[in-house]
Design a protein around this ligand. Structure first.
Ligand code: TTP
Ligand code: MG
Length: 270
């Protein structure tokens, strides 16, 4: 029994450090120290290990769409779903990095603070992507990829990010996507018009976003379309597009209708 648990934990540990497979030995003290360093509880490690041993595939869904398209609302709908873990976007971290509101700085002066925000967004998204998955399905708001292909791209296109900063962020992105497991199984794309987003943003009144312009929403809309519809940037997973311009009642109906695809029980028809 004990060796079974340990071997599962060892499998789990290996699965978080793919580069180390083959170099691990079954050293119990070392193993438990390494599991504790990895930030996992023994229970989480065993769960992940069990998934590996039983070849249970972990399914990862990223919810994408313009600012105010309704990503959080969709995620909240799946909050209490069995076998599903829902990870919200770390906007609160971007608003308070050891007391600094980087999001607010960005909106006040994008050319000065764009690099700072996008570096931090990239770090927080990487942490989420690589956080050990404890349920068969993980749903998360956004991804490293939309930060790169929509927001970084937009800062550069609008003249708010010098080429040198853009290249440095891209080098980081390339290295991260090669060195870490940031795979996505499905993108759910909430398609909205910039006008719909504008109305919703005005209504919810997030203080940093008070000055958001239609221009910004239009540019981000085009970039989401370029990426997820026209695939001008790499997508690497099926995209389920849902028209999210409608009111909440209809949206809840759509969530139910698309639930089997969203949760990976039915393949997305492309
Ligand atoms: P969104 O990531 O679009 O999240 P949201 O909560 O506004 O969306 P929804 O209503 O659909 O749930 O944007 C959060 C804020 O962070 C927004 O002001 C845009 C900003 N942002 C960046 O500036 N750069 C980035 O890379 C990301 C991901 C967001
Ligand atoms: Mg949100």
């Amino acid at each position: 029994m004990v060796s079974c648990v340990v071997s599962r934990a060892l499998w789990a540990f290996k699965s978080f450090r793919p580069g180390q497979v083959g170099r691990d030995t079954l050293d119990l003290n070392g193993l438990s120290q390494r599991i504790s360093k990895s930030g996992l509880s023994m229970e989480q490690a065993v769960t992940e290990g069990t998934c590996h041993l039983n070849h249970i595939h972990t399914y990862r869904v990223c919810v994408e769409g313009n600012i105010g398209s309704g990503k959080t609302t969709l995620l909240n709908h799946f909050l209490n779903n069995k076998d599903t873990e829902v990870i919200q976007e770390p906007v609160s971290m971007w608003r308070n990095v050891r007391g600094f509101n980087v999001l607010d700085h960005l909106y006040r002066d994008p050319s000065r603070w764009g690099m700072a925000l996008q570096t931090y967004v990239q770090l927080t998204m990487l942490k989420i992507h690589t956080k050990p998955q404890v349920q068969p399905v993980r749903m998360m708001e956004r991804s490293l990829h939309s930060a790169r292909y929509c927001f970084v791209e937009n800062l550069r296109n609008s003249g708010n990010m010098p080429e040198m900063e853009y290249v440095i962020l891209d080098e980081w992105y390339r290295w991260i996507t090669q060195a870490h497991n940031v795979h996505v199984d499905l993108f759910v794309y909430l398609y909205t018009t910039p006008e719909t987003c504008y109305e919703r943003i005005k209504k919810r009144c997030r203080s940093e976003e008070i000055g958001i312009s239609m221009d910004l929403l239009q540019n981000l809309h085009i970039l989401h379309e370029d990426w997820l519809k026209h695939q001008k940037f790499p997508v690497n997973a099926p995209v389920l597009t849902i028209d999210a311009n409608c009111d909440l009642t209809l949206m809840f109906e759509k969530y139910r209708q698309h639930e089997p695809v969203i949760l990976g029980k039915k393949a997305a028809s492309l």
